[in-house]
Design a protein around this ligand. Structure first.
Ligand code: F6P
Length: 496
């Protein structure tokens, strides 16, 4: 069996470590290096005359197959529909969505373009594993092109309840298209429940045996497979890499002050502004801690052309400037902020030096930084993880200090508790967290998922896949928003 991994972004084979920033790319690279296979998707490159020609590179056990996109493809598919509609909606932020029919048409067009480029590469025994929200309709287009292989999908970000996802104008079509997958993996049981309810309530899916759904004559399974990290490798990096010159210089520059660390892609889902406010609250509530701890926030920029990300970047700059100006002194800056990517080795070394890891997203599929922070700790003197209850990781990591990131006082108290936690309690919590990270690492995740996918029987679609065009449906005449009994209506009117 050959594994074909499909993801929106396929990092450059020789791009080094920083090129694979983002949990998904890191996990997939670990997986493919281990088992070998093809990694297919967008190169990240843009060219006016881009066609669907594949660029093939073999690196170790990985065969990279990359395509470029045109500027309009990138605009509509990636920046537009994927990152201004699906991303905010999946993170429960409907107020930030910006739907346009052109972007949605571009999203479908690029999914088709990628599917058509993949088909000539396929062999009968290939298992296709598609990743993330950029590619929701990918399998339905492959089926339309005659592909009968097993196709799995893994959703790395949250799946919200239908009351939220249903507000996306294309939601019904997208849900219908997902019936073409054989196995849909999500991060948590909550995500699985939300997706199953969406499929049952919005499409003709019905419950079948063994927890599966029956839909358009096919069976699909929706199940939680919490993603892990390469725990051993990350622990090894951390053991070795405290000696890296950059890590050493950073540690020395802190003097005796404790290090509190936050590492996140620049994204509103990560709660960076809220975390910075909580750190200020900590300084205000515990004045004896001033000058005793420094927050180092490392934030590689991302999706800079999306207006919401640009606004967020400016908001973070302003908050940090204000807090440092107000609370800092000549020889101490409360928050150090670096808007750049660093290698995993450097990040592992920095995490090992930190007394507290702050992972406080407002909503997150899993959050692998939480896991990497724990894996990087010295078991003899471990730091403490402060973790948002809205990260998927909180389901597995109950030995972290679990907080509500919307409550800055609670986060401030947790920072204080983490800094003051006695050594034996830190060791016990760390040992329990680590045992789970070792048992459920990235290999466990991939093996469990792929075993479940290969257990699915090859199926022929009994009905043709639904059309994925934007169709203007004839709507029934609008019903009145409410109708009140007549006397009440009169009272309400005269009360004006
Ligand atoms: O995990 C979510 C995700 O969108 C991945 O699909 C992606 O690799 C990562 O975040 C980084 O995002 P982007 O590719 O948009 O920079």
């Amino acid at each position: 069996m050959r594994l074909i991994v499909v993801s929106n972004r396929v990092p450059s084979p020789r791009g080094g470590d920083k090129a694979t920033a983002g949990g998904l790319a890191v996990a997939l690279k670990d997986l493919l290096q281990e088992r070998g296979g093809v990694w297919f998707g967008w190169s990240g490159g843009v060219a006016e005359d881009a066609d669907s020609r594949l660029r093939t590179t073999i690196d170790g056990r990985i065969e990279y197959q990359q395509v470029d996109l045109t500027p309009i493809d990138r605009q509509e598919y990636y920046l537009g529909f994927a990152n201004r509609v699906l991303w905010p909606a999946m993170h429960y932020r409907l107020g930030l969505t910006e739907f346009s029919r052109n972007d949605y048409a571009g999203y479908l067009r690029v999914n088709r373009k990628l599917a058509e480029a993949l088909v000539p590469l396929l062999r009968d025994d290939d298992v296709i594993w598609v990743h993330d929200y950029h590619l929701l309709p990918f399998a339905s287009i492959l089926r339309e092109l005659g592909v009968r292989n097993r196709i799995g999908y893994f959703h790395h970000i949250p799946w919200p309840p239908i009351e939220v996802f249903g507000a996306v104008p294309a939601s019904l079509q997208l849900l219908r298209g997902m019936a073409a997958y054989d196995l849909i993996g999500v991060q948590t049981a909550t995500d699985a429940g939300n997706l199953v309810r969406s499929l049952v309530e919005q499409t003709r899916a019905t419950h079948a045996r063994a927890g599966r759904l029956r839909f358009d004559g096919r069976h699909i399974q929706v199940q939680a497979f919490p993603i892990g990290i390469d725990t051993r490798a990350f622990r090894r990096f951390a053991e070795r890499d405290t000696s890296l010159p950059l890590v050493q210089r950073t540690a020395q520059s802190l003097g005796n002050r404790k290090l509190v660390i936050g590492i996140d892609r620049l994204d509103y889902s990560k709660g960076i502004v809220e975390r910075i406010d909580a750190f200020e609250q900590f300084l205000l509530a515990y004045p004896q801690q001033r000058d005793q701890a420094t927050l180092l926030q490392i934030t590689p920029p991302s999706r800079a052309e999306v207006p919401e990300y640009d606004a967020l970047s400016r908001q973070i700059d302003q908050s940090i400037g204000r807090i440092n100006g107000q609370h800092g002194s000549l020889d101490w800056v409360p928050i150090r902020f670096v808007k750049r990517a660093f290698s995993r080795q450097v990040l592992a070394g920095l995490c090992r030096h930190a007394s507290v890891g702050l992972v406080t997203p407002m909503r997150d599929g899993m959050n692998l930084v939480a896991k990497e922070f724990v894996a990087a700790q010295d078991p003899a003197n471990p730091g403490v993880l402060v973790l948002s209850r809205f990260a998927g990781a909180a389901r597995q990591m109950s030995d972290a200090l679990i907080v509500n990131p919307f409550d800055k006082t609670e986060v401030a108290e947790a920072i204080h508790a983490a800094l003051a936690m006695p050594l034996d309690e830190r060791q016990e919590r760390h040992a329990r967290l680590m045992a789970d990270l070792e048992a459920r690492d990235v290999d466990w995740w991939a093996e469990t998922y792929l075993a479940a996918l290969t257990r699915q029987k090859k199926q022929l679609p009994s009905a043709p896949p639904p059309p994925l065009r934007t169709v203007r449906k004839k709507l029934p005449p609008p019903r009145p928003v409410y109708s009140l009994p007549r006397p009440f209506a009169l009272v309400a009117a005269s009360a004006k």
